[in-house]
Design a protein. Structure first.
Length: 548
């Protein structure tokens, strides 16, 4: 990793954030010992039968940090981390944070293309993978990637089958030694709060994801303010089901939010309703998070489960469009409150309050976590819209970095000269200051000059009782440029025709030009790694000639 490829916050703002106590100037890796001193052997992390107390977490993270240092990794180096949700993910993350080694958070479905291009872009010195996962040999993948990278990279493996040439992570975690001597030695070489702590991937669905570097200061603030906005406390038992390397389950408030509150993080590698419900019952889970499609699956499955879900107080739902009608079903079906989350790996996070009235909880995506977050809604000419009108959201703030890592040309497009991040999201802001996501700028379908927001059509079609999941994409057309093509998956036993879609939308008073002109039914929609409809794949599907 090259620090010159990181765009810093302006010095005067950094100073102001520090002076106001937003940035604490402490590395994230120093917290496990603070928690251990406060909470001792209280359970911090649960993964099936495996439980780690706070002291365990601190000692094992230190042991691994020492092992990583012995293998030649140090402050400012970076490693790709591709691990399924499990206790080792948390220890690996904290070991890196302790040493100042930057984990680049990959997702389990990534393969050679993503690992090699991102590994080369960042200049990683290691790749942390499971031996195999869901029948796929990640260890072999990591060795192929390592040999394709321009710089030598170690392969570090979590699992039973560690082959020659790989480093055994579990052996490093379990190694003996004097915890206090190690603690002192690692304290002495700790990174600073303003160093890059970790790297996240952007949620964009086009091309290779862009890399976002987050500092110890900014990410700690992200987790702390998120925990506050969601009322996390020492009684919180948070279930991480989405891939842990994504900002939502990691720090919004997620695993870090639970640990910062003295609570407990339960890691589960599958969103299957039976596994999720069993974990909720077994661990007394109080809070979890999901993208809308997953939350809806749980809501349907909850009707017939015999599992006791009564401990569940809150579900956080975010990541893609959720219509008010669908939102209203989720809480009652699961017997808990819904908090909507509008967030991004690039920074800004908004939540509806835990005690919001239904019109806010179901009808908005909430308000930013920090009074220092700046939101600006602009029209296509770049001028601010009138209050309450729809436009593209730009944002700046203490946990929204000023550029992607190492892509100055892209940064000139994605950030304004005065540091605003262009979210590409179409929003309006209610008089109370809540954000309502109305679609995406880049997700507009241009039908002969008429602009149609995919998000808007999706929200409307999602409300049809037949529909399980839906995505609207532009279908190239020689006559009008683009027409709306709708991809949908249906609930079991249901049918849907293009005419029924048109009737339903017309009945809702939707303008004729927005009515989809093609419907493709699929058993399930393809998804991006985090579970959003993969529009890139759907567009490709559209362009592939029909074999019939
Ligand atoms: C989360 O992060 P990313 O980086 O995967 O994706 C960010 C994008 C946003 O720009 C927006 O287009 C979309 O995902 N999005 C939503 C949304 N939340 C995110 N669109 C509509 N409604 C929402 N509630 O997706 C993410 C990160 C942290 C917390 C939650 C989600």
């Amino acid at each position: 990793m090259n620090p010159d490829d990181v765009t810093p916050w302006p010095a005067d703002l950094a100073h102001a954030y520090r002076a106001a106590g937003l940035w604490r100037g402490r590395p994230l890796g120093s917290y496990p010992w603070e928690w251990a001193d406060q909470w001792g052997d209280r359970t911090a992390v649960v993964d099936g039968e495996r439980r780690l107390g706070y002291r365990d977490l601190a000692e094992r993270s230190d042991a691994l940090a020492e092992g990583l240092a012995a293998s030649g990794l140090g402050r400012g180096d970076s490693v790709l981390v591709q691990l399924p949700n499990g206790w080792e993910f948390v220890v690996v993350a904290f070991a890196c944070l302790r040493l100042g080694v930057v984990p680049v958070m990959m997702l389990p479905p990534h393969r050679e293309y993503e690992l090699t291009s991102i590994g080369a872009h960042v200049g990683v010195k290691g790749i942390v993978v499971p031996d195999t996962w869901r029948g796929y040999d990640h260890q072999a993948l990591a060795h192929r990637v390592a040999s394709a990278l321009p710089e030598p990279a170690r392969v570090l493996v979590v699992g039973d089958d560690v082959r020659p040439g790989s480093v055994d992570v579990r052996t490093l975690i379990e190694r003996g030694g004097d915890p206090s001597a190690r603690r002192e030695a690692l304290d002495a070489r700790a990174p600073s709060g303003s160093d890059v702590a970790l790297m996240l991937l952007s949620g964009g669905t086009t091309g290779v994801p862009k890399v976002i570097s987050r500092t110890h200061d900014d990410y700690e603030y992200n987790a702390r303010r998120s925990a506050l906005a969601c009322g996390f406390d020492a009684g919180t038992v948070y279930l991480a089901v989405l891939p842990a390397g994504h900002n939502f389950p990691l720090a919004s408030p997620g695993i870090l939010g639970a640990l910062f509150s003295g609570g407990r993080a339960v890691l589960l590698p599958s969103p299957r309703p039976d596994a999720v419900f069993a974990a909720i019952e077994a661990e007394g889970v109080t809070s979890t998070s999901a993208v809308p499609a997953v939350a809806l699956r749980w809501a349907s499955a909850a009707a017939t489960t015999s599992a006791d879900l009564s401990t569940l107080r809150t579900i956080h739902v975010g990541g893609s469009v959720l219509s008010p009608e669908v939102a209203a079903r989720i809480g009652p079906a699961l017997g808990c409150r819904l908090q909507q989350v509008y967030g991004m790996a690039e920074g800004l996070i908004c939540y509806t309050p835990p005690d919001a009235p239904p019109e806010i909880a179901n009808g908005t995506q909430g308000a930013p976590i920090s009074p220092y977050d700046e939101l600006l809604v602009i029209d296509p000419d770049g001028n601010p819209v009138l209050p309450g009108e729809i436009g593209e959201l730009l944002t700046r703030g203490p946990y929204t970095p000023r550029g992607y890592y190492g892509v100055p040309d892209q940064n000139a497009v994605s950030f304004t000269p005065d540091g605003w991040y262009r979210t590409g999201d179409l929003v309006r802001i209610t008089p109370e200051g809540n954000v309502v996501v109305c679609g995406r700028v880049k997700d507009l379908i241009n039908r002969g000059g008429e602009k149609i927001s995919s998000g808007e059509i999706e929200t409307l079609v999602q409300e049809m009782p037949q529909v399980s999941e839906v995505a609207a994409v532009a279908m190239p057309d020689p006559e009008v440029g683009e027409r709306v093509c709708l991809f949908a998956s249906l609930h079991p036993g249901r049918t849907l025709t293009l005419e029924e879609v048109a009737e339903s939308l017309t009945a809702r008073g939707v303008a004729a030009f927005k009515i989809p002109e093609r419907l493709e039914l699929l058993p399930t929609l393809p998804h991006t790694s985090i579970g959003k409809p993969d529009k890139k794949a759907l567009r490709t599907h559209l362009l592939t000639p029909n074999p019939t």
